[in-house]
Ligand binder design. Structure first.
Ligand code: ATP
Ligand code: ZN
Length: 226
């Protein structure tokens, strides 16, 4: 039986780059809320919309499992999650319901400063450190390149210096972190921004109307900012 609920539940990042802009966006839609003591759950006061504050990596799974209805998260996280599901033989579970235009960054291949870049073929047999193994794996296989993907959950940019990998595939915004580690971006796998992620199917029961209203207000708020 499908889960029925008369309140919409939106997952946002608890702390990090997307946390404040996500809260600001929801506040600009007229949402006010009360935080629980543990600050993991926010009860919506002005609208029947509750917030769950989590790590960004947990947001796709919460939506896929129906625990949350929508989430505010980077496209990079959504794409990686769905490719991971598909690698396991499951269908994709998520769709971008809106693009928010902030939190922009790229998922780039970066190599040592002093190396020359001649194209993807030179990656054959190389060790590539990344937190995005499925997105990188798809990009490599589309090019028929077999490389060794070293999956790291953080500090990817120091992996070449530590001898863990020959190069990296990581998120880049200004390129400052890469430069500080003597790396340079050479290929872009994905252009990312914050998105409203939701299921591939429409919401059911009263939540459909609540989501419609929230998204309409969001569209208005986003238009005002342009
Ligand atoms: P969490 O504790 O929630 O797991 P995190 O460390 O994974 O946090 P942040 O560094 O806060 O996440 O980044 C969140 C999102 O911000 C990224 O997934 C990406 O979409 C976006 N972003 C924008 N610019 C950058 C950047 N330069 N580096 C990393 N992420 C960026
Ligand atoms: Zn994260």
């Amino acid at each position: 039986p499908a889960i029925t609920r008369d309140r919409l539940r939106v997952a946002i990042q608890k702390s990090g780059r997307l946390a404040d802009p996500a809260r600001d966006l929801l506040a600009s839609c007229g949402l006010t809320w009360r935080e629980s003591r543990d600050k993991l759950f926010c009860y919506g006061e002005s609208l029947p919309v509750d917030l769950l504050l989590v790590r960004d990596d947990d947001i796709p799974g919460l939506i896929a499992d129906g625990v949350c209805d929508l989430g505010i998260v980077g496209r990079n996280v959504v794409v990686e999650y769905d490719l991971g599901r598909q690698a396991g033989g499951a269908p994709g579970a998520l769709e971008e319901w809106r693009q928010l235009g902030w939190g922009t960054c790229r998922l780039d291949i970066a190599i040592n400063d002093d190396e020359r870049w001649a194209g993807a073929e030179q990656l054959a047999g190389k060790r590539i450190a990344t937190s995005y193994p499925h997105t990188l794996g798809r990009w490599l296989s589309e090019r028929g390149v077999e490389a060794d993907i070293v999956t790291l959950s953080g500090s990817v940019e120091i992996a070449p210096r530590l001898g863990q990998a020959d190069l990296i595939c990581d998120l880049v915004s200004t390129g400052g972190t890469l430069a500080a580690n003597n790396l340079k971006p050479v290929e872009t796998l994905l252009h990312s921004e914050a998105v409203i992620a939701g299921p591939t199917h429409p919401l059911e029961d009263g939540r459909a109307d609540i989501a419609d209203m929230l998204l309409r207000r969001m569209d208005g708020a986003l238009r005002l900012k342009e």
